[in-house]
Design a binder for this molecule. Structure first.
Ligand code: BT5
Length: 248
């Protein structure tokens, strides 16, 4: 793959999960903390999502884990799932697929169907620093029939055909652009950009399951720490830290 010198690439065929390979890379003597690690595979036997769920990972789609060594405090690291979802959105936009929208906390949808998911895992390092592994699954050639939400893929939504080889270099550039912006300017510009393309926007009705148990109400905002704020039918402000958002 033709990636710039800002990246270290490790390409694999069939693996269990690129998240585990990313952990191995972080522990390896040749790990370069000055560059963004790009660990990708053609398919995964045990691709994972959040909350112990699995990610369907047949050949033809993109399965990649980016390894980042942020200079900002660990308490801000969860903002990276929004930053990286934005990078996926920009990649779709660059491919002429403009009807994408973000769903809290880490999904990208096109035409109300899930096309991509982002998974964040943190690794604290012996010297007090930390690494963030950002796993991204992006459906290019196909998408599963059976899933929590309707699903879709790039070759259905855009003027392809797209391939892993054409999409990964674009995604790498957008990840670097968004990551650099986050480190330089903080979360606020990214939060605003995310809200502008949110599937469920402030004022919209929504339901949240998992994490806090089922909650219903209206979306209020996404906070500076990534918390989803909703208003219950009784008018209470509720903070949601984890869970799945359902739209009506
Ligand atoms: C996510 O989890 O959306 C994060 C997915 C991250 C996958 C990447 S692939 C590269 C890296 N290596 C890994 O092992 N993982 C990362 P979550 O929000 O929990 O959504 C998971 C749910 O999405 C599943 O329970 C299914 O219902 C649905 N799903 C599974 N595979 C899908 C697919 N290919 N496309 C759309 N939805 C899918």
């Amino acid at each position: 793959m033709n990636l710039s010198s800002a990246f270290v690439e490790r390409a694999f065929g069939s693996v269990a999960s690129t998240m585990d390979l990313a952990k191995d890379y972080i522990a390896a003597p040749d790990c370069d903390r000055g560059k963004i690690g790009v660990i990708w595979a053609q398919s995964q036997g045990s691709g994972r999502g959040r909350l112990g769920r699995s990610w369907v990972s047949e050949p033809g789609n993109l399965y990649v884990s980016f390894v980042l060594f942020p200079r900002v405090p660990l308490s801000s690291a969860s903002q990276l799932s929004f930053a990286c979802a934005l990078a996926v959105g920009k990649t779709l936009g660059a491919c002429g697929i403009d009807s994408y929208a973000y769903k809290w906390p880490n999904d990208v949808f096109v035409n109300r169907a899930k096309i991509s998911g982002v998974l964040l895992e943190l690794e604290t390092l012996a010297d007090g620093a930390y690494a963030v592994i950002v796993g991204i699954g992006l459906n290019i050639a196909h998408s599963p029939d059976q899933a929590m939400y309707p699903t879709t893929h790039m070759n259905r939504e855009g003027q392809g055909p797209f391939s892993v080889e054409s999409v990964l270099p674009l995604l790498c550039d957008k990840i670097k652009e968004t990551y650099d912006q986050w480190q330089a300017d903080g979360f606020e510009p990214l939060r605003q950009a995310w809200l502008e393309k949110a599937l469920v926007r402030p004022g919209d009705p929504l339901r949240v399951t998992g994490g806090h148990g089922p909650l219903e109400g209206h979306m209020l905002d996404v906070g500076g720490d990534g918390t989803l704020w909703i208003e219950s039918p009784a008018g209470e402000r509720l903070a949601v830290k984890a869970g799945d958002v359902w739209f009506r």
